[in-house]
Design a protein around this ligand. Structure first.
Ligand code: RFL
Ligand code: PHB
Length: 393
């Protein structure tokens, strides 16, 4: 039977980044991915990278293109009651910033580095299943080209996202989950049009939330809040642009440049945490263990921070024979996760229209936004969470 030190399930950002960091430390690993490489690369998702995630990509040796092509952002804009207000994150956090660089590009860079080093990834691995992770010799089984393969490993890293097989393989009595499903989703489009502004605009409006984001000076990413009953087929590009324009402040609406969409999709919004994140020799990381609504731009960044804890713990285990890092992984990661869950829930509650909250709810949101942009203390709290809280270890 084939053997590997760490079997990684999933080639999203969590799995790829973990694989690269372990490889750099001399720990051999195999990635099993159920989809094709092209499918994984076609998914348009996150776009805001915190400093800690940037540092980790540098550590993994894949940060060069991000530093060349990414856009450094020092602030964000909050719009409500038809006016925009800037939150100067750089000043409020003593010099911190975030990077605008697409998850697709990060995935690309990590896949290229993995290929260049000749590290193994099995794409289109069907019926992946994990076994004996509560014992000393876990195994992973999958099918490929009509044959069944089995791999023995020391550890399994469950980096297979929210719908993956790893969390689902844990006995129900060993895991507790916490969840909030929001009564709306985000309809997003990608287009080769210049961004409305140099910085992201998060807009509160009685018609619903809107976000103007970007991938480059010539490529924009926009979102509008829609009810969960909406179907993407019912949204022509024109309808999308009209709805977005109706929610923007007059200056942004005037500046909005429209064009054909390259991608259009609806994502539901959810908060979710599974505790713990370790089951014997199985460790969950990223979306496999938790989901945040995208309003705080934290999903990908949390995945990176899990991988930082997990990679250090595995390296400590192999180098020093110590299990301390592995034993504390779940507790340390969850402490950070719950703070990002809180922030993402807060930003979602602040900026979206909740029909059941009525006009009173809308007035409270406007009062909170007014307080937020005029109070140094409240702005600082927002800024330090947005750029990413520091590690506490
Ligand atoms: P991923 O990226 O979901 O990758 C998991 C990988 O595992 C594979 N997989 C399996 N492989 C083998 N066997 C199985 N049984 C498997 N089951 C699944 C999947 O094919 C996939 O390749 O998780 P990871 O690596 O933890 O990364 C997390 C981030 O992708 C995620 O947090 C963010 O993208 C979340 N997210 C967003 N975050 C933001 O910060 N800003 C955003 O705008 C934003 N938009 C989004 C998002 C997530 C979305 N999802 C998950 C539906 C938009 C969407 C649509
Ligand atoms: C994005 O560019 O896709 C994006 C940016 C900020 C968010 C969510 C998504 O809060």
């Amino acid at each position: 039977m084939k053997k590997v030190q760490v079997a990684i399930i999933g080639s999203g950002p969590s799995g790829l980044l973990l694989g690269q960091l372990l490889y750099k430390a001399g720990i051999d690993n195999l990635i099993l991915e159920q989809r094709s490489k092209e499918y994984v690369l076609a998914r348009i998702r996150a776009g805001i990278i915190e400093q800690i995630a940037q540092d980790l990509l540098d550590e993994a040796g894949v940060g060069a293109r991000m530093h060349r092509e990414g856009l450094v952002h020092h602030g964000i804009e909050l719009a409500f009651k038809g006016e925009r207000h800037r939150i100067d994150m750089h000043r409020l956090t003593g010099g911190k910033s975030v990077m605008v660089y697409g998850q697709t590009e990060i995935t690309h860079d990590l896949m290229d580095a993995r290929e260049a080093e000749g590290l193994p990834t099995v794409y289109e691995a069907a019926h992946v299943s994990i076994h004996d992770f509560d014992g000393a010799r876990p195994r992973v089984r999958y099918e490929k080209d009509g044959r069944t393969h089995e791999i023995e490993c020391d550890f399994i890293a469950g980096c297979d996202g929210f719908h993956g097989v790893c969390r689902a393989s844990v006995p129900a009595q060993a895991i507790k989950t916490y969840e909030r499903v929001y009564p709306f989703g985000w309809l997003g489009i990608l287009s080769d049009t210049p961004p409305v502004s140099d910085e992201l605009i998060y807009t509160h409006h009685e018609r619903g939330f809107a976000l103007c984001s970007m991938r480059s000076p010539t490529r924009s990413r926009h979102y509008v809040q829609v009810p969960l009953t909406e179907k993407v087929e019912d949204w022509s590009d024109e309808r999308f642009w009209d709805e977005l324009r109706a929610r923007l402040d007059p200056v942004a609406a005037e500046r909005l440049v429209t064009g054909p969409s390259i991608e259009k999709s609806i994502a539901p919004l959810r908060s979710f945490v599974a505790e713990p994140m370790r089951f014997g020799r199985l460790f969950l990381a990223g979306d496999a263990a938790h989901i945040v609504p995208p309003t705080g731009a934290k999903g990908l960044n949390l995945a990176a921070s899990d991988v930082r804890y997990l990679s250090r713990a595995l390296i400590e285990h192999y180098r020093e024979g110590s299990s301390a890092g592995l034993d504390h992984y779940s507790q340390k990661a969850l402490r950070r996760i719950w703070k990002a869950e809180r922030f993402s829930w807060y930003m979602t509650s602040l900026l979206h229209r909740f029909p059941e909250h009525g006009e009173f709810g809308q007035k409270i949101q406007e009062a909170e936004l007014d307080y937020l942009v005029h109070s140094e203390a409240a702005s600082t709290s927002l800024a330090e969470n947005y750029v990413g809280l520091p590690f506490e270890d």
